[in-house]
Design a protein around this ligand. Sequence first.
Ligand code: SF4
Length: 395
Amino acid sequence: MATLLPDTLSATAAELADASTATISCEAACQLLRTGDDKLPALLASAQRARTRFKPGVITYSRKVFLPLTNLCRDYCGYCIFRHDAGEPGAHTMTPDEVMEVVRAGERMGCTEALFSLGDKPELLFPQMRETLRHLGYKSTLHYLEAMCEKVLRESTLLPHPNPGLMSAEWLERLSRVAPSMGLMLETTSTRLLAKGAAHDNAPDKEPAKRLRVIEDAGRQSIPFTTGILIGIGETLEERVDALVAIRDLHARYGHIQEVIVQNFRAKSGTPMTHWPEPDRGEMLRTLAVARLLMPEMNIQVPPNLSDPHYADLLDGGINDWGGVSPLTPDFINPEKPWPHLEQLQQRTEAKGFELRQRLPVYPEFVDRAAAHSDLLAQCLGSVADAAGYARRAA
Ligand code: SF4
């Protein structure tokens, strides 16, 4: 790919507008993240033109149910309200019956994704979790997750998308037979954030090298993979670009990253980062535009509920997906930020000139790659995907 090295920010935006396959250098990306308000419209226009070249006219989302299989976690991220210690009020591991009750309710509402979000390896820290797993009949949280993914596949029309934290290559392979896609947020490549008092202090599973290793292992196995960055947790702008470039480069090598989430930090009361400043709209738009220009031919997603009520403005940054939105279950990671009603999401997306289309947890262009992992997946995907790879029950 060609690389553009702009002399000035104003030149950059104009040049990028006509660069059909070009990406930008790290230096240019860092410069663009500092674009002044006067030049912001030109930057956004460049990002929008890049999106149009990639996927014109359509914004996608996945209609999902959110299954917090367990909210016990051995990590202590400074911004997290989801995690619990064993025995703490609210700590909970779902039973198989609870999982299937939510899945069946989601089926009735036209959902096609069962998003399993859970804490990372809680049994390593909590004897109570080991006891829960023993009672359920599983050796580890990942064994339990695998069984629940298979149960959902066999007993419903939903497709699982697990986010269990770090996984070995062996576990990636096992889960890839019962889930068409899976995810692990890179969040950041900054090792500074592991230091005392920083966002990932006491979060051993957030070591960037370990997360990059998982994403690369998924690439070696051709697993459709979701990852992304979390912005505003103490990283520098250079580190933010470094994380985006790391994702882009892994995708260039393996072609397996189906979407890149750009998530904005939101401060939650009761967490160590409750008074930490949140990225504002301008910072989000600059980051989205830079992500689009760095990755002109990759799916870029923003969770709308974290920018409510002005989330539709984020379309101006060149994104092409709203991620998973649930008509049924809350966002357990951000419980104070409800998802928009699907009718409103559709109206606001259309008001910006786009068609809103329901996709599966695996993106259309990755369906064949997912189906190659098991006969069971091929069969399930064949019954829920339309000819173009979107959800058959389109919104
Ligand atoms: S963000 Fe994830 S890994 Fe970190 S504490 Fe919360 S559940 Fe655990």
